[in-house]
Design a protein around this ligand. Structure first.
Ligand SMILES: Nc1ncnc2c1ncn2[C@@H]1O[C@H](COP(=O)(O)OP(=O)(O)OP(=O)(O)O)[C@@H](O)[C@H]1O
Length: 475
């Protein structure tokens, strides 16, 4: 029978939130970078970068440090979560107003925007631009937090901000925080149970404290058996940032690196891309590089075999090689301080997404009109059109095709490249000419004669759209 909790109902993560900067465990480097930035604001000198982007895995003290600073420096904190400032209009209205606000009773104002990586660049179009323009003119420091600051759409924000990295907490640090809470709550806690909870948290102090409270409140004491029962099974997918940290910063136990890759939020192929592109950014010693790439190459081979041979048991080797294999490849050198980079392949794919979509639509339009498959259009028709649009001396000819088939501007751009504007101009001229054209009455010959039949056919063809054969004949 669970014993009733003796603690208050306040979540311990709130109850034991750091009040002062020194209470924030571990993040010395972040404190070192942030302190002069805040001091510059308080001294009336606005720093070059008026925003700071605090990034790192969840539950490591990003928000807590800002709160502690605000507390110590007597600043009014305006905290907004991504869900409050999703849309451009919200950002302009809410964040814009906060950026000009003067505090009545405190020394100043600090704006905290949580989870900027939660903004959806598609759904919340214009949000980032709005934020950037506020950052340029803000009268108050803007601090943003993100778990994954390397998302492509965040690049302008990264460039406009002071970047502050937060690290996962170590096992010992987490255990000692849990121990202190147990003492403050006067709860009997087994050391092994605390270690178990800390290990499962993977550096996330928030989740460790929550787990501790769940066990303690349910049973009034924290034993290893109870902790196992309650905490186990709460597996969560690991964000890419944490995965990379747990691989490149060589965890003490190999299983951590293995779990970091096997439970990564990214699929295995994408993860290989991430690790591949970041090995040379994190490892400097040639022999470390060699071992790491060797392990990753072997992981790729096993993944290929697993996928194409359907032998999924081989995934086990993939995880071993990708995780501990790369982690323990670093035997000679230190981890480099270079920042992680987005994999080149994924960046290219993202950039090309628009092009791929336009190509699909173009193939669809033509397939319908030419009564053929999209595949045939892609392999046989588009290369010809591509050539025509780029090399035809007279822009009217491709313009005629574009007009007849109703190509959009992006389709014309895809086909014409740098000649886009020339062809668009020709399309506009053709449209105008057509509008001003008076429909002529058909003559008797046109209506019934042999020649008339030809003309009629030509007209019909014109109405339906210019056939490619027609165009080819003109070339
Ligand atoms: N470095 C730390 N020192 C002391 N307490 C911490 C630290 N990190 C986390 N905590 C505890 O965990 C809770 C959550 O931390 P916080 O909100 O600062 O995490 P975060 O890094 O901002 O996470 P997220 O990215 O999910 O917003 C805090 O209330 C505090 O109790």
């Amino acid at each position: 029978m669970p014993i009733q909790a003796r603690s208050t109902r306040v979540p311990w993560v709130i109850k034991y939130r750091p009040r002062r900067v020194e209470d924030v465990v571990n993040q010395d480097q972040a404190k070192k970078v942030l302190a002069p930035w805040f001091k510059a604001w308080l001294g009336g000198r606005k720093p070059d970068k008026r925003a700071a982007l605090l990034y790192g895995p969840p539950g490591v003290g990003k928000t807590s440090l800002v709160e502690a600073i605000a507390n110590e420096f007597n600043l009014e904190m305006i905290e907004l979560n991504a869900s409050d400032y999703r849309r451009r209009s919200d950002i302009e209205r809410i964040v814009g107003a906060a950026s000009r606000k003067k505090s009545m009773f405190r020394r100043g104002v600090v704006i905290l925007l949580d989870e900027v990586d939660g903004i959806n660049p598609r759904e919340d179009a214009g949000g980032i631009e709005a934020l950037l323009s506020i950052i340029k003119t803000t009268e108050n420091p803007i601090v943003m937090t993100a778990n994954d600051p390397w998302k492509d759409f965040l690049r302008p924000l990264r460039e406009a901000s002071l970047l502050v990295e937060f690290k996962p907490l170590t096992l010992t640090q987490i255990i000692s925080v849990l121990q202190r809470i147990c003492e403050a709550e006067r709860i009997e806690c087994e050391r092994d149970a605390l270690r178990y909870i800390a290990e499962r948290s993977e550096g996330d102090l928030r989740s460790a404290i929550n787990d501790l409270q769940a066990v303690a409140e349910g049973y009034g004491r924290v034993t290893l058996t109870l902790a196992r029962e309650i905490v186990r099974g709460r597996e969560k997918s690991i964000d890419i940032w944490r995965t990379l940290n747990q691989v490149f910063y060589k965890p003490r136990q190999a299983w951590i690196a293995r779990k970091a890759v096997s439970q990564s939020e990214k699929d295995y192929e994408e993860l290989i891309g991430w690790i591949n592109d970041n090995i040379p950014r994190k490892y400097g010693e040639p022999s470390d590089l060699f071992r790491a790439f060797d392990a990753l190459a072997r992981a790729t081979v096993f993944l290929g075999r697993a996928k194409f041979g359907g032998n999924w048991e081989l995934l086990s080797y993939v995880f071993d090689l990708m995780g501990p294999g790369v982690a323990y490849a670093r035997m000679e050198g230190e981890v480099l301080k270079t920042r992680y980079s987005y994999p080149e392949k994924i960046r290219m794919m993202a950039q090309l997404r628009g092009v791929r979509e336009t190509r699909e639509k173009l193939a669809e339009v033509l397939a319908k009109r030419l009564l053929t498959s999209k595949r045939t259009v892609k392999t046989e028709v588009l290369p010809i059109l591509h050539y025509m649009f780029r090399s035809s001396r007279d822009p009217t000819k491709p313009a005629l095709i574009a007009l007849e088939y109703g190509f959009t501007e992006s389709m014309i751009e895809l086909l014409a490249g740098s000649r886009k504007s020339e062809i668009l101009k020709a399309v506009a001229t053709l449209k105008k000419a057509r509008l001003s054209e008076k429909p002529a009455k058909p003559s008797a010959a046109e209506a019934g004669g042999e020649k008339g039949g030809e003309r009629r056919k030509a007209r019909r063809r014109e109405r339906k759209g210019v056939g490619l054969d027609f165009f080819l004949g003109e070339q």
